[in-house]
Design a protein around this ligand. Structure first.
Ligand SMILES: [Zn+2]
Length: 82
């Protein structure tokens, strides 16, 4: 078998797994703040302290996965096309 023939089922399997992940849990942790929703800052004595809200996730700590964004876009196109 050529490498391309072995790569196609592997890529299909990875895509299927990612689709299942997006269906089971459409929101992932924000990568900027690690799911906290705010930046961790330290006081002068070194104690951790809540900083400003994360600008990327607007303080929620969760962001829609790329696959979910694709699904939302396709669903919106389908809805508006009818
Ligand atoms: Zn964030």
């Amino acid at each position: 078998m050529t490498p391309a023939l072995t790569a196609i089922p592997a890529l299909a399997f990875i895509t299927l797994c990612y689709g299942l992940l997006c269906a089971a849990s459409p929101f992932g942790d924000c990568r900027r703040c690690g799911g906290l929703g705010f930046k961790l800052r330290q006081t002068r004595s070194g104690k951790p302290k809540r900083g400003k809200d994360c600008r990327r996730c607007h303080g929620h700590g969760k962001r829609a996965r790329f696959g979910r964004l694709l699904f939302n876009y396709a669903a919106r196109l389908y809805r508006e096309g009818r």
